[in-house]
Design a protein around this ligand. Structure first.
Ligand code: SF4
Length: 143
């Protein structure tokens, strides 16, 4: 099965702080799935390091108050293109990110307050019918 995956989970140092989030067993995952890495924030044109951003109402605003919705949207579109081109019906995406987060995201106040909601890329992928799992839900993936 072809699976879209957040590149930071595979060890790519593409997070806003220049670090990765390699918290999963990649070897085991590669035995089961063909992985297609994405990083919507880089693909959307943002650099590393970058200011952290959070979703506030319908916009994505970084910690300096700059609206980065356009970059996040472009990254989401590229993620969808990658999924469709490679027949990925499932995605494993980093929890709580304003791009990759599923089910809960930060509330836009930069106070580490979580609310229910999805990141921008997750919204776009869900609309296309792609099933999303966080890195904490890998055991729940079904064919
Ligand atoms: Fe990881 Fe997604 Fe953030 Fe890129 S946009 S660093 S893949 S969580």
């Amino acid at each position: 099965m072809n699976v879209l995956i957040s590149a930071c989970l595979l060890g790519c140092k593409c997070r806003y702080d220049g670090k990765d989030k390699n918290t999963i067993d990649i070897t085991k995952l590669k035995e089961k799935y063909t992985l297609f890495p994405i990083c919507p924030e880089l693909d959307g044109g943002l650099g590393v390091p970058r200011e952290p951003a959070e979703i506030k109402e319908k916009r994505v605003i970084n910690r300096k108050g700059i609206d980065v919705t356009k970059e996040y949207t472009k990254g989401a579109e590229i993620a969808l293109e990658t999924a469709l081109k490679n027949n990925c019906t499932v995605a494993i995406l980093k929890a709580r990110s304003p791009s990759c987060g599923k089910g809960e995201i930060y509330d836009g106040s930069f106070t580490k307050t979580l609310i229910n909601g999805d990141g921008i890329t997750v919204r776009v992928l869900k609309e296309a019918g792609i099933r999303i799992y966080t890195e904490n839900e890998i055991d729940m993936i079904t064919e």
